[in-house]
Design a protein around this ligand. Structure first.
Ligand code: PEP
Ligand code: MG
Length: 562
């Protein structure tokens, strides 16, 4: 029995079997083939490609019917690549002509294809190189008889898989939504990295930032994952297993008890009503938001519509996605955030191209620079506004000229729709996220131009405390109660109140039971959170007293203990 400790995600415990994902780069062998063995080598190559095809078809079958269409699109695109003569025939010619082994032939051919894509101007096409890499990696593993385990094809070997991986990109985590995953363990990551947020919304326990999980945990090991405290137990003994089974039941029972609160009002002891909204990543998360009685969608992270798919979403893809949410939440507000791509949510995995991606081209900065991605989304949001209480929200606002540029673009898009006779709500509310300290400090200057604010504390903390939210080495510095973070929140709330515009807080802080009191004390009355946290938050709110909360926040703002 061995135990490890990292940052826990979720409120549950998982007991299952380790499914270690190999992410090491492969050592490709290189040798010459005698002339008489060339046809055997070609045959070996064909067999590996055929095996790859069978595996992919198998994965496609495992995609459940309610999975997002992008999940199938991803696999279809990879299957098509296998049939492309560039991968199916050219390497055979290399084997024959240069008398090299199949692994080398496929490596050389794929590298020249990747080079072609990477030289392309269009950023989206450049990411196609990653797809080639993934397909080729699978062919190589088949050639070398290495068990292919990757985020997109978790083997069916275990009925209770716990994913153990060096890292998970948000796109990988998203792909797991359709799998029967019991838990996730990663070497890297912090509690507010996008992958962790996604893991939380999967409703399965995870522990991130374990440093050496992939070194100490072997494929097939029995594991206990305690998402509440970040504990991992490898090969537990009988007594530990029994104790955790009991705990697991208790945590589940507690969750059921919370279900009784769905219809109860979210009101403090002294009668203050707190509006609880839901954060969603994909339209299908709406179901969970409804199940916990959320009073609307406070944050729809639309960038996930761009991930794990072969093509960029069109205007109608966007519109259809928004309509799926509107149909379920037809009377409540739906806050659609324009795409926040960049940083750890890249199209493909080209994050290495930016020197410092979280300070680089991300959110509204990227949108303004990529009108071909952004305009279809603006049009779709405006069109959706004719059908429900849609609000548009701008991520990563950092300067007024940038805001004016967005507002002008929205105005022009409205004009175009009007000329085309396409209906939209001309009064659709436009809000901005306050998640860059510059925007919090100058919130009073932004407020007159916007209909609402939403405070994104995940980024606000990252930028205010200078701690990369995906870097586990500095996650010990993550402190949402740091007086400077609380002061930035307070400044924003004050600016919103003065300008008489509503303000919500939609970072992970909103759903943290320990932090709700201070947020109420700072004047927040609207919180948007992962639906998985909403009922627990309501239970806490119903116990709180706003006057007492104000005292708590005053002490913390002054840097005192409570
Ligand atoms: C935030 O930054 O707090 C936020 C809600 O946005 P995201 O986590 O998607 O960056
Ligand atoms: Mg953010």
């Amino acid at each position: 029995m061995l135990s490890m400790h990292g940052s826990g995600i979720g409120r549950l415990i998982a007991i299952g079997t380790a499914c270690v994902m190999s992410q090491e780069s492969l050592d490709i062998p290189e040798y010459l083939i005698a002339k008489k063995h060339i046809s055997d080598e070609v045959h070996r190559l064909r067999a590996a490609i055929a095996a790859t095809r069978v595996q992919m078809i198998q994965i496609r079958k495992q995609i459940t019917v309610d999975s997002p269409p992008e999940a199938t699109g991803f696999i279809e695109a990879h299957l098509m690549m296998l049939d492309d003569p560039m991968l199916a025939q050219q390497p055979e010619e290399l084997v024959t002509r240069l008398q090299i082994n199949a692994e080398q032939a496929i490596a050389r051919q794929s590298q020249s294809l990747i080079d072609v894509f990477e030289a392309m101007e269009d950023e989206y096409l450049r990411t196609k190189g990653d797809d080639i890499r993934q397909v080729v990696d699978r062919i190589q593993k088949n050639l070398m008889d290495i068990e292919p385990i990757s985020s997109t094809d978790i083997s069916d070997e275990f009925s209770d898989p716990i994913i153990v991986s060096r890292d998970l990109a948000p796109a990988d985590t998203l792909a797991m939504k359709s799998r029967n995953i019991r838990g996730i363990l990663t070497n890297l990551g912090s509690p507010i990295s996008h992958s962790s947020i996604l893991a939380r919304s999967l409703g399965i326990p995870a522990v991130v930032g374990l440093h050496a999980a992939t070194r100490y945990i072997r494929h097939g090991d029995k594991l206990i994952v305690d998402g509440r405290y970040g504990d991992v137990i490898i090969a537990p003994d009988k007594n530990t297993l029994t104790a955790y089974r009991k705990l697991k039941k208790q945590t589940l029972a507690h969750t059921r008890k919370l279900d009784a609160l769905i219809k109860s009002p979210s009101v403090t002891q002294d009668g203050e009503r707190i509006n609880l909204l839901a954060n969603i990543d994909l339209p299908r998360d709406t179901r969970q938001a409804l199940n916990v009685g959320a009073s609307g969608i406070g944050l729809f992270r639309t960038e996930f519509l761009y991930l794990n798919r072969a093509e960029i979403p069109t205007e109608s893809d966007h519109f259809n996605a928004y309509m799926r949410v509107i149909r379920r939440f037809n009377r409540q507000p739906i806050t659609i955030r324009t795409m926040d791509l960049g940083a750890d949510k890249q199209l493909g995995s080209n994050s290495e191209t930016a020197l410092n991606p979280s300070l680089g081209l991300r959110g509204i900065r990227m949108s303004l620079g990529r009108p071909s991605l952004f305009i279809p989304q603006l049009r779709a949001i405006l069109r959706a506004s004719a059908h429900g209480r849609v609000r548009m929200m701008i991520p990563m606002m950092s300067s007024l000229p940038e805001l004016f540029q967005v507002l002008t673009l929205i105005k022009e898009t409205r004009k175009a729709l009007r000329e085309e006779g396409i209906p939209f709500n001309p009064k659709m509310q436009i809000g901005g996220m306050i998640e860059v300290p510059a925007a919090a400090i100058a919130a009073d200057l932004f407020a007159p131009h916007l209909d609402f604010f939403s405070i994104g504390t995940n980024d606000l903390i990252q930028y205010a405390l200078a701690i990369d939210r995906v870097d586990d080495e500095v996650s010990y510095l993550y402190n949402p109660l740091h007086p400077s973070v609380l002061r930035l929140i307070e400044m924003t709330v004050r600016a919103a109140n003065r300008a008489k515009i509503p303000v919500t807080l939609c970072g992970e802080m909103a759903g943290d039971p320990k932090l709700i009191e201070v947020l109420l004390g700072l004047g927040l009355r609207q919180l948007s959170m992962d639906p998985a946290n909403l009922l627990e938050a309501k239970a806490i709110i119903r116990q709180l007293d706003v006057n007492k909360a104000k005292k708590v926040s005053r002490r913390l703002l002054a840097g005192k203990e409570v």
